[in-house]
Write a protein that binds this ligand. Structure first.
Ligand code: ADP
Ligand code: MG
Length: 342
């Protein structure tokens, strides 16, 4: 009993330390010490904690995988990347794993009525949210860009992807989740024992928590600072992604404009949700679903979550928390400003 309480106190202390550098952070009471490192890529902070004797070696492989995925595959700014080649030539031959990624998102686009749509690039280019150039575009510009947004016009034939007229592909909604999938593959190939791989708002919890307990994940308070948490939930190994309106935004005339776009309107999504965390058994799926659920709102997301066997925790503007059944029982609200619905 005494021992258990001691453990819990340690947990909280570790959580407080970890969440300083991550958006949704995982923590644990550990016996073995992991090999830990952090680095910047894809416009965010990555951190890896790898357990087992080969922790350092595996962490180095994870880091070089992320650099490679960023520079050579998904980046829209690196001219060497496959996605920028697709931008220039409107058609490109992509490696199998990126074809699989795009097919997965295309399916979720179809299942969500286009709430997540990787052809939203012309719109995200107009807004430039997250850069110093961020500004409200003219309505006419938005209308023009919107006419190019439609995931159904992007064609895949074998390994060749061809975009529709005027389309630009933006894999920002799924890149970090994809990196979590690629990390899981490396960890399994190298027989890693356990790992927390954190890629901005997406996390891979691999293997068993070395303390033989469930992993505990803290979710950032969407209205607090980067180190504030509003809830903690327990989960087995898997993938967790959070989409929130606080992550990238700018303010103009007292109004806030965030980076998750409703592909129907071309404006920041306004479903009443300010943060949604999705737990799924693939990183690409958890990341694509978190964006889709943010756009759809709670009610409309439920069939989508069910189809992908995923769980989710939503937060509304008035700090009401709505969660799917399974995860609701494993979630504790740690900030009294927040309350469960009902
Ligand atoms: P983050 O990348 O901050 O973790 P998300 O996973 O929700 O958050 O992805 C948001 C990013 O995806 C945006 O920065 C933009 O590049 C792109 N994006 C925005 N809205 C959509 C959308 N509806 N569908 C697909 N991609 C989107
Ligand atoms: Mg996402």
């Amino acid at each position: 009993m005494k021992n258990k309480k001691f453990k819990e106190i340690i947990s909280v202390a570790i959580l407080t330390v970890l969440i300083v550098s991550t958006l949704a952070a995982a923590f644990f009471t550990n016996r073995a010490k992991p090999y830990s490192e952090s680095f910047l890529a894809m416009g965010t902070t990555f951190s890896t904690e790898v357990y087992g004797r080969n922790g350092k070696e595996v962490a180095a492989l994870l880091k070089s995988m992320v650099t490679d995925v960023d520079l050579n595959l998904l980046s829209r700014t690196s001219t060497a990347s496959k996605i920028s080649e697709l931008g220039r030539n409107k058609s490109a031959e992509l490696p199998n794993e990126i074809i699989e990624l795009i097919k997965t998102v295309q399916e979720i686009s179809a299942d969500s009525g286009g709430a997540v749509d990787i052809t939203v690039g012309e719109i995200t280019d107009l807004w430039q949210i997250g850069t110093s150039e961020a500004a409200i575009p003219d309505k006419a510009e938005i209308q023009k860009a919107l006419s190019a947004v439609d995931y159904r016009k992007l064609k895949i034939s074998g390994n060749t992807v061809t975009v529709g007229n005027g389309q630009t592909v933006d894999l920002g909604a799924v890149g970090k989740g994809y990196a979590c999938d690629a990390a899981a593959k490396i960890l399994s190939e190298h027989n890693a024992k356990a790992c927390v791989f954190s890629a901005g708002g997406s996390i891979l919890l691999y293997g068993k928590n070395p303390a033989d307990e469930l992993w505990q994940v803290a979710i950032r308070d969407p209205r607090g600072s980067a180190s504030d948490v509003f809830a903690v939930f327990k989960t087995e190994a898997g993938f967790v992604s959070t989409s929130g309106d606080y992550e990238r935004f700018f303010e103009k005339d007292g109004k806030s404009y965030h980076h998750i776009i409703d592909p129907k309107s071309g404006y920041p999504a306004d479903s009443g949700i300010i943060s949604v965390t999705v737990i799924a058994d693939s990183g690409a799926v958890s990341d694509a679903l978190s964006t889709a659920c943010f756009v759809l709102g709670y009610e409309k997301s439920l069939p989508l979550l069910e189809k992908y066997n995923a769980q989710a925790i939503f937060v509304t503007k008035d700090k009401t928390v709505l969660a799917t059944d399974e995860i609701r029982n494993k979630t504790e609200l740690t900030n009294s400003d927040y309350h469960f619905a009902g």
